[in-house]
Structures are given as structure tokens and as C-alpha cells.
Design a protein around this ligand. Sequence first.
Ligand code: FES
Ligand code: MG
Length: 580
Amino acid sequence: MTLPPRKLRSAAWFGTADKNGFMYRSWMKSQGIPDHEFQGKPIIGICNTWSELTPCNSNLRKLAEHVKRGVSEAGGFPVEFPVFSNGESNLRPTAMFTRNLASMDVEEAIRGNPIDGVVLLVGCDKTTPALLMGAASCDVPTIAVSTGPMLNGKHQGRDIGSGTAVWQLSEQVKAGRITLHDFLSAEAGMSRSVGTCNTMGTASTMACAAEALGVTLPHNAAIPSVDARRYVLAHMSGMRIVDMVLEDLTLSKLLTRAAFENAIRTIAAIGGSTNAVIHLKAIAGRIGVPLELEDWTRVGRGTPTLVDLQPSGRFLMEEFYYAGGLPAVLRRLGEAGLLPHAEALTANGRSLWDNVKDAPILNDEVIRPLDRPLVADGGMCILRGNLAPRGAVLKPSAATESLLQHRGRAVVFENLDDYKARIADPELDVTRDSVLVMKNCGPRGYPGMAEVGNMGLPPKLLAQGVTDMVRLSDARMSGTAYGTVVLHVAPEARAGGPLAIVRDGDLIELDCAAGRLHLAISDDELALRLAAWREAQRPDPRDASGYRGLYVDRVLQADEGCDFDFLVGCRGAEVPPHSH
Ligand code: FES
Ligand code: MG
């Protein structure tokens, strides 16, 4: 490719023959880098979330080597750097608590360093949005490469899915249907290789969202982590980012309003995680694209779920890749006129439709045809009402259809500890028609918005064979979980949302078709209870300092993507002043 010479951002570091240029180059040379690497080559930052504490991403060291080969082959100079790694499985109180922290790390690392373009190495749930958020605030040419899903879990002769099996098996052991030994023996079988959860959980959802947004090469979402083709994709992404720099194909040219609408439609078609509602809003906020909860209704509702993957369906990510992966789904959507913006530009310089229009579709059980969907309407259900003035979310494809319209008496837990202390009490006044309500698990209240919205059912009801109940909270839910679960109630209880004043026995009305969530008390009663609640509030000393203090003070509510208020927006990548 012959392109007009373009002044590279990195030239502000390495391109001068003065004291500063000397310093920038000299210290880099301590790593054994020859002169010619500094001579006008695009410098490609490889932003790596590798960590042994984020086991899902532990393949990224190896993937980074393949990205580097691609960068070098295309005439770029690769430089790998670590950023904060949010591992979903180990991090407490939640990986969400540090998503914004990681995004700040990414943003400042990109802007402050001699980087012309960046490859984001992502995987586990929060790493994908964190890195996209940070990169979006800089708006340099950017491509993402995911670590890829784990191989299928295997246990006692059948396939089991990450996370989903944990919820299922733990309920079975509580109900006395399997032994504790059987339960624990599934641990090693569930996680047989490196990679992200093999269900359509949040990691897979965000990998699909990134592909639909056009910030990855085709097939990035589904190739298993240990499949050799994953390394090839890393290599090709490394080659491609060099040309993206030469073409000045910055992130804002990909992350358009059209791209977000494509992603919303895609998430409905794959039966994706409710967490995507929060993450997409946060990414959109960084790049300056307006996105509202109602866009999920307007764009997403009515979209059939075609992908038959757990937790909504049967299969796992390995089968998804072998069936054709996301390009096959996008082709099916496009052929049915359901891809809102087929012309949207993607990282390889082609339109989304050009990338997928001839994609092979290899298994109609895994990626179903339009006339035989897994769920006829797989879009997220956005709820509003006096109980959630700023919205709440429910995933119909993971719910029980007969519960999508429901009236029931509240059984209220003040927080997660209260829930744990009382849920197994045989005296708990609860029936299968009750609505389990939990407070103080939102962004500020937990803090970090725990994935506890899919509260396990009372054991005495499980023993009666009850498999689902309406549950409601300001928490999130793991993308691998399921149930008729109302999530992300905003404002959260801790922020003085009406959820804070729900009492045992109050009647709650859920109507998904109408998008309504109602607490059957009068406006006057609601106002009285809220005034009393405010009166009783005392500050928590743990919120006074440290990162927790910053977090609780500045985190936005779920409907605004839980970003920090001061991080919203794109600040660009203007070269900062010299440090000497
Ligand atoms: Fe990392 Fe599921 S825990 S992807
Ligand atoms: Mg998860």
C-alpha cells in the first residue's frame, strides 16, 4: 500500500535529534532495539491484560507474541505494556469495582506514551469494556483481540458450561439431588483450558459485541483460546493495525451510533448478557455517542435469538465457532433485513456486511434459522415505573415466560448478608409467587454492583420443585446465569431510589410486555417512606477514603453505564509536554 507520508504521533518522542529525542531513544535501546526501529515506523502499543490472577486471560502472553510478529511483518514496531487486569473469578468485591480504574490506566498509558496505534488484548468480562473505554477516550487507531473461549467443560460424560454449571449444580446439591463429592468433582472438568467462559456469558457477549462494533477482525469472538487459528487471528490483527495507523482509521470512525445499534441487535440474536447494557453505555459515553436504555427496546426488541448457547440454550462456544461463529449470525440477520447498519465500517476497512455476506453457516441447531429461533423475541426488556424511575433490565431469553407478567408480595432482604442469613430459614414467609427483593447491591451500595441478582431460591421451595421465581434488585447478574430476574434497578437503594423503601408484603407488579415495574403503594406513601429513609441515613466510614471513596463518590448509576462522572467523554491523544 502506498499512502502519503503521515507524521506519526510517536515522532514527538523519537523523531528529533535533540536532548529529548536522545533520552527517549537511549533508554528504549537498553532493551536491545536497533536504530532502524525508530525511523518512521508506526509504533504499536500492545495493551495486555495478561495476569495469572485473571486465569481467563492467561493465554494473552502467547497471543501477544503473535500480534508482535504481525506488527513487525507489516513494518510496525510493537511495544507490549501491562494494564490493570480485572479477573471476574478472583477479584473482590467485584471486577466491576475496578473496571473504571483499569480504563483510566489504559487511557493514560496510551496518551502518555509514544504510541501510534494500539492492540487491546482482552478476554474476561470487564477487560473488554475497560480497555475499549480507555482507548475510546484517546481515539487513536485501535483493534481488539480477545483471548477466546475455553474448550467445552466435561463432567461425567456430558458437556458443562462455565458458570451456568455452577448455578445448576449448586442448586442441585442444595436440593439434595447430587452429592457434595459430585458437585466438587465438576470443578476441574468445567475449566479444562485457558480462555474465557465457554457459555454466552458476559465475556463471550462482549467479544461478540466488539466484533459487531467492528473493532476486531471477523471471527474474533468465537475461535477457542487454544485453537491455532486464534494465533493466526492475533497475527493478522497485528498486521492490520499498522495499516490502520497509516490510514488514520481512528476508533471514532468505527464506534459510531450505527455500530452500537448493530451491537444491540447482535446481542439480542446471541442471547447475550445483561451486563452489556451497562458496558455499551459506558463505551458510547467515552466516544461521545448518545445511547439510552430505550435504544435497547427500539433496536433490540423483536429480534429473535438465533444462537442456542447456554445459559439460554444448549450449546457452548466451541460449537458456536464450528457452526460459523458470529459472521454466520450476522449473515442470517442481514439476509432477513435485521442488520440495522450493514454498511458500518469495521477494523479491516470493509463494511460489516462485506465481511459476513458469504459466511458459511454450518449447523442449524447451534445457529438457528430465522423461522426456528431459540426465542422469538430475545431483546432485553427495559422496565420503568415508580420502583425504577431510571430503569431496570430483564433478559427474557433467560427467564420463565409465564413469569414475565406477574404480581407478587415482596420478601425483602436489606443486603446480601441479610439474604444469606435468612434464605434457608424454614420459617421464611415465602411462596413460589413471592417476589424476592434485595437492596444495597448496586454500584454505590455494594460497592461495585455485585453479580448477585440471581439470588438462589429458598431451599424449601427448591425441595418442592420450584425452579424459578421473580427476583428484583439493584445488582447485576452473571451473564452465565438465568432466571426471571429484574436487574440494575435505578436509582439503586443506596442512592435513595424507591427500592430502598420496599417492605415485606408490598405488592410488586412486573409487566415485561408493557415495560412496567410498579410498587403498589400510593405516591404519598412512597414520599413519606423516602423521607423517613433519608432521615435515617448515616455515612459508612469505609466510603471516606481510598479508591473506594472515589468510587462511591463519583460512580454513575446503571442507566448511565456506571462510569465515573469525570471520565465520560473523549479527551483525544494530543501529545503531552515533555517530562524533562
Ligand atoms: Fe473470566 Fe468468565 S470468569 S470470562
Ligand atoms: Mg461473568
